[in-house]
Design a protein. Structure first.
Ligand code: HEC
Ligand code: HEC
Length: 306
Protein backbone atom coordinates (compact mmCIF):
# COMPACT_ATOMS: atom_id res chain seq x y z
CA UNK A 1 0.00 0.00 0.00
CA UNK A 2 1.28 3.46 -0.86
CA UNK A 3 0.69 6.02 1.86
CA UNK A 4 0.08 9.61 0.90
CA UNK A 5 2.69 11.96 2.46
CA UNK A 6 -0.10 13.46 4.57
CA UNK A 7 -0.92 10.05 6.07
CA UNK A 8 2.73 9.34 6.74
CA UNK A 9 3.02 12.64 8.53
CA UNK A 10 -0.07 11.91 10.63
CA UNK A 11 1.27 8.49 11.57
CA UNK A 12 4.53 10.11 12.58
CA UNK A 13 2.82 12.70 14.69
CA UNK A 14 0.95 9.93 16.52
CA UNK A 15 4.10 7.96 17.26
CA UNK A 16 5.90 11.07 18.44
CA UNK A 17 3.02 11.76 20.83
CA UNK A 18 3.16 8.17 22.14
CA UNK A 19 6.89 8.46 22.68
CA UNK A 20 6.45 11.70 24.59
CA UNK A 21 3.94 9.99 26.85
CA UNK A 22 6.38 7.16 27.62
CA UNK A 23 9.15 9.59 28.36
CA UNK A 24 6.95 11.44 30.80
CA UNK A 25 6.04 8.20 32.56
CA UNK A 26 9.64 7.21 33.00
CA UNK A 27 10.51 10.69 34.21
CA UNK A 28 7.91 10.30 36.92
CA UNK A 29 9.52 6.96 37.79
CA UNK A 30 12.94 8.56 38.02
CA UNK A 31 11.77 11.33 40.34
CA UNK A 32 10.22 8.73 42.64
CA UNK A 33 13.50 6.84 42.85
CA UNK A 34 15.31 10.06 43.54
CA UNK A 35 12.96 10.88 46.41
CA UNK A 36 13.50 7.44 47.94
CA UNK A 37 17.24 7.89 47.69
CA UNK A 38 16.97 11.26 49.38
CA UNK A 39 14.92 9.76 52.21
CA UNK A 40 17.46 7.02 52.81
CA UNK A 41 20.25 9.64 52.63
CA UNK A 42 23.01 7.06 52.41
CA UNK A 43 25.56 5.81 49.87
CA UNK A 44 24.52 2.12 49.54
CA UNK A 45 20.99 3.26 48.85
CA UNK A 46 22.36 5.33 45.97
CA UNK A 47 23.84 2.22 44.45
CA UNK A 48 20.59 0.32 44.76
CA UNK A 49 18.75 3.33 43.45
CA UNK A 50 20.74 3.23 40.26
CA UNK A 51 19.81 -0.39 39.79
CA UNK A 52 16.28 0.42 40.74
CA UNK A 53 16.22 3.30 38.31
CA UNK A 54 17.34 1.04 35.56
CA UNK A 55 14.60 -1.43 36.47
CA UNK A 56 12.02 1.28 36.48
CA UNK A 57 13.24 2.57 33.20
CA UNK A 58 12.88 -0.94 31.86
CA UNK A 59 9.46 -1.27 33.37
CA UNK A 60 8.39 1.94 31.70
CA UNK A 61 9.55 0.16 28.58
CA UNK A 62 12.18 2.75 27.74
CA UNK A 63 15.90 1.93 27.64
CA UNK A 64 17.48 0.43 24.53
CA UNK A 65 14.30 -0.40 22.58
CA UNK A 66 13.08 3.15 22.94
CA UNK A 67 16.46 4.51 21.86
CA UNK A 68 16.13 2.48 18.68
CA UNK A 69 12.60 3.72 18.38
CA UNK A 70 13.83 7.29 18.72
CA UNK A 71 16.34 6.81 15.89
CA UNK A 72 13.79 5.21 13.59
CA UNK A 73 11.24 7.92 14.34
CA UNK A 74 13.83 10.61 13.56
CA UNK A 75 14.68 8.91 10.29
CA UNK A 76 11.04 8.62 9.28
CA UNK A 77 10.38 12.26 10.14
CA UNK A 78 13.31 13.47 8.04
CA UNK A 79 12.35 11.17 5.14
CA UNK A 80 8.83 12.57 5.25
CA UNK A 81 10.15 16.11 5.18
CA UNK A 82 12.35 15.23 2.18
CA UNK A 83 9.37 13.68 0.45
CA UNK A 84 7.25 16.75 1.06
CA UNK A 85 10.09 18.99 -0.19
CA UNK A 86 10.36 16.97 -3.37
CA UNK A 87 6.67 17.14 -3.83
CA UNK A 88 6.94 20.95 -3.77
CA UNK A 89 9.62 20.71 -6.46
CA UNK A 90 7.56 18.33 -8.56
CA UNK A 91 4.55 20.54 -8.33
CA UNK A 92 6.50 23.49 -9.80
CA UNK A 93 7.47 21.28 -12.75
CA UNK A 94 3.91 20.06 -13.01
CA UNK A 95 2.67 23.63 -12.97
CA UNK A 96 5.23 24.39 -15.69
CA UNK A 97 3.98 21.49 -17.78
CA UNK A 98 0.47 22.88 -17.56
CA UNK A 99 1.69 26.35 -18.60
CA UNK A 100 3.56 24.71 -21.50
CA UNK A 101 0.34 23.18 -22.76
CA UNK A 102 -2.08 26.00 -21.94
CA UNK A 103 0.14 28.76 -23.37
CA UNK A 104 0.47 26.97 -26.68
CA UNK A 105 4.17 26.04 -26.42
CA UNK A 106 3.24 22.45 -27.17
CA UNK A 107 1.55 23.51 -30.43
CA UNK A 108 5.02 24.04 -31.85
CA UNK A 109 7.38 22.09 -29.59
CA UNK A 110 7.29 18.33 -29.45
CA UNK A 111 7.57 17.19 -25.88
CA UNK A 112 10.33 14.66 -25.33
CA UNK A 113 11.96 12.54 -27.90
CA UNK A 114 10.69 13.05 -31.39
CA UNK A 115 12.12 16.44 -32.40
CA UNK A 116 15.12 16.81 -34.71
CA UNK A 117 18.17 17.03 -32.47
CA UNK A 118 21.06 19.47 -32.87
CA UNK A 119 20.42 23.17 -33.37
CA UNK A 120 22.67 23.61 -36.43
CA UNK A 121 21.28 20.65 -38.35
CA UNK A 122 17.67 21.48 -37.65
CA UNK A 123 15.96 23.06 -40.68
CA UNK A 124 15.43 26.79 -40.25
CA UNK A 125 12.32 27.64 -38.28
CA UNK A 126 11.59 24.16 -36.90
CA UNK A 127 10.88 24.21 -33.19
CA UNK A 128 13.42 22.08 -31.35
CA UNK A 129 12.65 19.22 -29.02
CA UNK A 130 13.48 21.00 -25.77
CA UNK A 131 14.88 17.81 -24.27
CA UNK A 132 17.79 17.92 -26.75
CA UNK A 133 18.76 21.61 -26.85
CA UNK A 134 22.13 22.72 -25.46
CA UNK A 135 22.72 23.56 -21.82
CA UNK A 136 21.13 26.92 -20.90
CA UNK A 137 20.88 28.77 -17.60
CA UNK A 138 17.52 29.84 -16.14
CA UNK A 139 18.23 33.50 -16.91
CA UNK A 140 18.95 32.59 -20.55
CA UNK A 141 15.44 31.09 -20.77
CA UNK A 142 13.93 34.08 -19.02
CA UNK A 143 15.53 36.47 -21.52
CA UNK A 144 14.63 34.21 -24.44
CA UNK A 145 10.94 34.12 -23.52
CA UNK A 146 10.92 37.92 -23.33
CA UNK A 147 12.64 38.53 -26.68
CA UNK A 148 13.48 35.38 -28.63
CA UNK A 149 15.00 37.25 -31.59
CA UNK A 150 17.38 39.18 -29.35
CA UNK A 151 19.14 35.90 -28.63
CA UNK A 152 18.43 33.55 -31.55
CA UNK A 153 17.92 35.97 -34.44
CA UNK A 154 16.34 33.47 -36.79
CA UNK A 155 13.78 32.38 -34.23
CA UNK A 156 10.20 32.66 -35.47
CA UNK A 157 8.98 32.12 -31.94
CA UNK A 158 6.62 34.79 -30.57
CA UNK A 159 7.63 36.56 -27.38
CA UNK A 160 5.90 35.53 -24.14
CA UNK A 161 5.95 38.66 -22.01
CA UNK A 162 2.44 37.98 -20.73
CA UNK A 163 3.17 34.78 -18.79
CA UNK A 164 3.89 36.50 -15.48
CA UNK A 165 6.71 35.72 -13.04
CA UNK A 166 5.30 32.54 -11.50
CA UNK A 167 4.37 30.85 -14.79
CA UNK A 168 7.69 31.84 -16.33
CA UNK A 169 9.54 30.31 -13.38
CA UNK A 170 7.43 27.17 -13.58
CA UNK A 171 7.82 26.69 -17.33
CA UNK A 172 11.60 27.13 -16.99
CA UNK A 173 11.67 24.49 -14.23
CA UNK A 174 9.72 22.23 -16.55
CA UNK A 175 12.11 22.74 -19.50
CA UNK A 176 15.13 22.11 -17.23
CA UNK A 177 13.50 18.90 -15.99
CA UNK A 178 13.22 17.56 -19.56
CA UNK A 179 16.96 17.58 -20.00
CA UNK A 180 19.51 15.12 -18.75
CA UNK A 181 21.71 16.63 -16.05
CA UNK A 182 24.28 18.61 -18.01
CA UNK A 183 27.37 20.24 -16.67
CA UNK A 184 27.71 23.98 -17.25
CA UNK A 185 29.62 25.10 -20.33
CA UNK A 186 33.38 25.10 -19.95
CA UNK A 187 35.47 27.04 -22.44
CA UNK A 188 37.92 24.61 -24.08
CA UNK A 189 41.56 25.68 -24.32
CA UNK A 190 42.36 27.23 -27.69
CA UNK A 191 45.73 27.46 -29.40
CA UNK A 192 46.33 31.07 -30.50
CA UNK A 193 47.59 29.65 -33.79
CA UNK A 194 44.25 27.93 -34.41
CA UNK A 195 42.30 31.20 -34.56
CA UNK A 196 41.78 32.20 -38.19
CA UNK A 197 43.75 35.24 -39.31
CA UNK A 198 41.61 38.33 -39.80
CA UNK A 199 42.96 41.32 -41.69
CA UNK A 200 42.54 44.81 -40.31
CA UNK A 201 40.50 46.04 -43.26
CA UNK A 202 37.06 47.55 -43.51
CA UNK A 203 35.52 44.42 -44.98
CA UNK A 204 36.45 42.41 -41.86
CA UNK A 205 35.18 45.19 -39.63
CA UNK A 206 31.88 45.34 -41.48
CA UNK A 207 31.30 41.59 -41.49
CA UNK A 208 32.21 41.42 -37.80
CA UNK A 209 29.76 44.20 -37.07
CA UNK A 210 26.95 42.47 -38.96
CA UNK A 211 27.58 39.22 -37.11
CA UNK A 212 27.69 41.05 -33.78
CA UNK A 213 24.43 42.85 -34.46
CA UNK A 214 22.78 39.58 -35.38
CA UNK A 215 24.04 37.27 -32.65
CA UNK A 216 25.39 39.32 -29.74
CA UNK A 217 23.74 42.71 -29.66
CA UNK A 218 20.55 41.47 -27.90
CA UNK A 219 22.60 40.89 -24.76
CA UNK A 220 25.86 42.86 -25.14
CA UNK A 221 24.21 45.93 -26.68
CA UNK A 222 24.87 47.85 -29.88
CA UNK A 223 27.74 49.71 -28.21
CA UNK A 224 29.20 46.56 -26.62
CA UNK A 225 28.64 47.87 -23.10
CA UNK A 226 26.36 45.05 -21.93
CA UNK A 227 23.18 47.12 -22.18
CA UNK A 228 21.35 45.06 -24.82
CA UNK A 229 17.55 44.77 -24.79
CA UNK A 230 17.64 41.67 -22.54
CA UNK A 231 20.93 42.47 -20.76
CA UNK A 232 19.23 43.56 -17.56
CA UNK A 233 17.31 40.32 -17.19
CA UNK A 234 20.57 38.42 -16.84
CA UNK A 235 22.66 37.73 -13.78
CA UNK A 236 25.57 38.21 -14.20
CA UNK A 237 24.89 40.86 -16.80
CA UNK A 238 26.63 40.53 -20.16
CA UNK A 239 30.27 41.59 -20.29
CA UNK A 240 31.01 45.25 -20.97
CA UNK A 241 33.55 45.23 -23.85
CA UNK A 242 34.22 48.96 -23.45
CA UNK A 243 35.97 48.18 -20.15
CA UNK A 244 39.50 48.80 -21.44
CA UNK A 245 41.24 47.53 -18.31
CA UNK A 246 39.35 44.22 -18.37
CA UNK A 247 39.62 43.68 -22.11
CA UNK A 248 43.35 44.34 -22.19
CA UNK A 249 43.92 41.58 -19.63
CA UNK A 250 42.15 38.92 -21.76
CA UNK A 251 44.00 36.85 -24.29
CA UNK A 252 42.54 36.22 -27.74
CA UNK A 253 42.60 32.51 -26.95
CA UNK A 254 40.37 32.99 -23.90
CA UNK A 255 37.85 35.29 -25.61
CA UNK A 256 37.70 32.97 -28.62
CA UNK A 257 37.08 29.95 -26.40
CA UNK A 258 34.18 31.72 -24.66
CA UNK A 259 32.64 32.71 -28.00
CA UNK A 260 32.91 29.08 -29.10
CA UNK A 261 31.96 27.16 -25.95
CA UNK A 262 30.23 29.67 -23.71
CA UNK A 263 30.92 30.55 -20.09
CA UNK A 264 29.73 28.25 -17.30
CA UNK A 265 26.83 29.33 -15.05
CA UNK A 266 26.11 32.43 -17.14
CA UNK A 267 23.70 33.04 -20.01
CA UNK A 268 26.68 33.19 -22.38
CA UNK A 269 26.29 30.06 -24.48
CA UNK A 270 28.78 28.98 -27.10
CA UNK A 271 28.21 29.63 -30.80
CA UNK A 272 30.30 26.78 -32.15
CA UNK A 273 27.21 25.09 -33.65
CA UNK A 274 25.95 28.24 -35.32
CA UNK A 275 29.06 30.03 -36.55
CA UNK A 276 32.14 28.91 -38.47
CA UNK A 277 35.64 29.38 -36.99
CA UNK A 278 36.18 32.28 -39.42
CA UNK A 279 33.00 33.99 -38.29
CA UNK A 280 33.97 33.55 -34.63
CA UNK A 281 37.41 35.03 -35.38
CA UNK A 282 35.75 38.02 -37.08
CA UNK A 283 33.61 38.54 -33.98
CA UNK A 284 36.62 38.43 -31.71
CA UNK A 285 38.33 40.98 -33.97
CA UNK A 286 35.25 43.19 -33.91
CA UNK A 287 34.66 43.21 -30.11
CA UNK A 288 38.26 44.34 -29.57
CA UNK A 289 37.29 47.64 -31.21
CA UNK A 290 34.88 48.43 -28.36
CA UNK A 291 37.84 48.90 -26.04
CA UNK A 292 39.69 51.04 -28.62
CA UNK A 293 37.29 53.95 -29.27
CA UNK A 294 39.67 55.84 -31.57
CA UNK A 295 40.28 52.95 -33.94
CA UNK A 296 36.58 52.18 -33.84
CA UNK A 297 35.66 55.74 -34.76
CA UNK A 298 38.09 55.63 -37.67
CA UNK A 299 36.45 52.47 -38.98
CA UNK A 300 32.95 53.87 -38.50
CA UNK A 301 33.79 57.04 -40.41
CA UNK A 302 35.34 55.11 -43.24
CA UNK A 303 32.36 52.77 -43.59
CA UNK A 304 30.32 53.65 -46.64
CA UNK A 305 26.84 54.81 -45.72
CA UNK A 306 24.38 51.92 -46.00
C1 HEC B 1 4.94 29.42 -33.19
C2 HEC B 1 5.69 28.30 -32.73
C3 HEC B 1 6.28 28.34 -31.34
C4 HEC B 1 5.62 28.55 -30.14
C5 HEC B 1 4.16 28.82 -29.91
C6 HEC B 1 6.65 28.42 -29.11
N1 HEC B 1 7.86 28.19 -29.67
FE1 HEC B 1 9.60 27.97 -28.70
N2 HEC B 1 10.62 27.91 -30.45
C7 HEC B 1 10.03 27.88 -31.71
C8 HEC B 1 11.06 27.79 -32.74
C9 HEC B 1 10.85 27.71 -34.23
C10 HEC B 1 12.30 27.77 -32.05
C11 HEC B 1 13.71 27.68 -32.66
C12 HEC B 1 14.37 29.01 -32.75
C13 HEC B 1 15.78 28.94 -33.29
O1 HEC B 1 16.43 27.91 -33.15
O2 HEC B 1 16.27 29.95 -33.80
C14 HEC B 1 11.98 27.85 -30.64
C15 HEC B 1 12.92 27.85 -29.61
C16 HEC B 1 12.62 27.76 -28.27
C17 HEC B 1 13.60 27.69 -27.20
C18 HEC B 1 15.11 27.74 -27.38
C19 HEC B 1 15.72 26.38 -27.42
C20 HEC B 1 17.21 26.44 -27.30
O3 HEC B 1 17.72 26.22 -26.20
O4 HEC B 1 17.85 26.70 -28.33
C21 HEC B 1 12.91 27.61 -26.03
C22 HEC B 1 13.49 27.50 -24.63
C23 HEC B 1 11.51 27.64 -26.33
N3 HEC B 1 11.37 27.73 -27.70
C24 HEC B 1 10.50 27.57 -25.40
C25 HEC B 1 9.17 27.83 -25.68
C26 HEC B 1 8.15 28.00 -24.67
C27 HEC B 1 8.38 27.86 -23.18
C28 HEC B 1 7.00 28.31 -25.33
C29 HEC B 1 5.65 28.64 -24.73
C30 HEC B 1 5.64 29.65 -23.68
C31 HEC B 1 7.30 28.29 -26.76
N4 HEC B 1 8.63 28.01 -26.93
C32 HEC B 1 6.38 28.54 -27.75
C33 HEC B 1 8.68 27.92 -31.96
C34 HEC B 1 7.69 28.14 -31.03
C1 HEC C 1 22.03 35.50 -23.93
C2 HEC C 1 22.84 36.67 -23.77
C3 HEC C 1 24.18 36.69 -24.47
C4 HEC C 1 24.43 36.58 -25.80
C5 HEC C 1 23.41 36.39 -26.93
C6 HEC C 1 25.84 36.73 -25.97
N1 HEC C 1 26.45 36.90 -24.76
FE1 HEC C 1 28.45 37.05 -24.43
N2 HEC C 1 28.13 37.13 -22.42
C7 HEC C 1 26.89 37.07 -21.83
C8 HEC C 1 27.08 36.98 -20.39
C9 HEC C 1 25.96 36.90 -19.36
C10 HEC C 1 28.48 36.96 -20.15
C11 HEC C 1 29.19 36.76 -18.81
C12 HEC C 1 29.53 38.03 -18.10
C13 HEC C 1 30.23 37.73 -16.79
O1 HEC C 1 30.66 36.60 -16.54
O2 HEC C 1 30.33 38.68 -16.01
C14 HEC C 1 29.10 37.09 -21.47
C15 HEC C 1 30.49 37.13 -21.65
C16 HEC C 1 31.09 37.23 -22.88
C17 HEC C 1 32.51 37.34 -23.10
C18 HEC C 1 33.58 37.50 -22.05
C19 HEC C 1 33.81 36.30 -21.19
C20 HEC C 1 33.91 36.68 -19.72
O3 HEC C 1 34.75 36.10 -19.02
O4 HEC C 1 33.10 37.50 -19.25
C21 HEC C 1 32.71 37.38 -24.46
C22 HEC C 1 34.05 37.47 -25.20
C23 HEC C 1 31.41 37.31 -25.08
N3 HEC C 1 30.45 37.21 -24.10
C24 HEC C 1 31.21 37.37 -26.44
C25 HEC C 1 29.98 37.24 -27.05
C26 HEC C 1 29.78 37.26 -28.47
C27 HEC C 1 30.87 37.49 -29.50
C28 HEC C 1 28.47 37.05 -28.68
C29 HEC C 1 27.73 36.91 -30.01
C30 HEC C 1 28.26 35.93 -30.91
C31 HEC C 1 27.82 36.93 -27.39
N4 HEC C 1 28.78 37.05 -26.42
C32 HEC C 1 26.48 36.70 -27.20
C33 HEC C 1 25.66 37.05 -22.45
C34 HEC C 1 25.47 36.89 -23.81
Amino acid sequence: MKLAPKQILQANLKSVAAMWHKMRLSWLGLTKVWEKAKLAKLGPVKVTSIVETWQRVRMANLGMPSLAFLCVAGLVVSLTLMLLGQRGDNSLKEQGRQVFVSSGCSNCHTVIGSGVAGSAKRPLGTPPDLATTPYRTDDWYQAYLLKPQAILPRSPMPSFTNLGDQSTKAVIAYIQSLKPKQSPATPQPVNPGDISQVSNDFASYRTGKQLFQTYCQGCHGLLGNGAGPVGQVLSPEPRDFTDVAWMSRQTDAYLFSVISDGKGNTAMSGLKDLLSPEERALLLHYIRYFSDPIARQRMEQALPAE
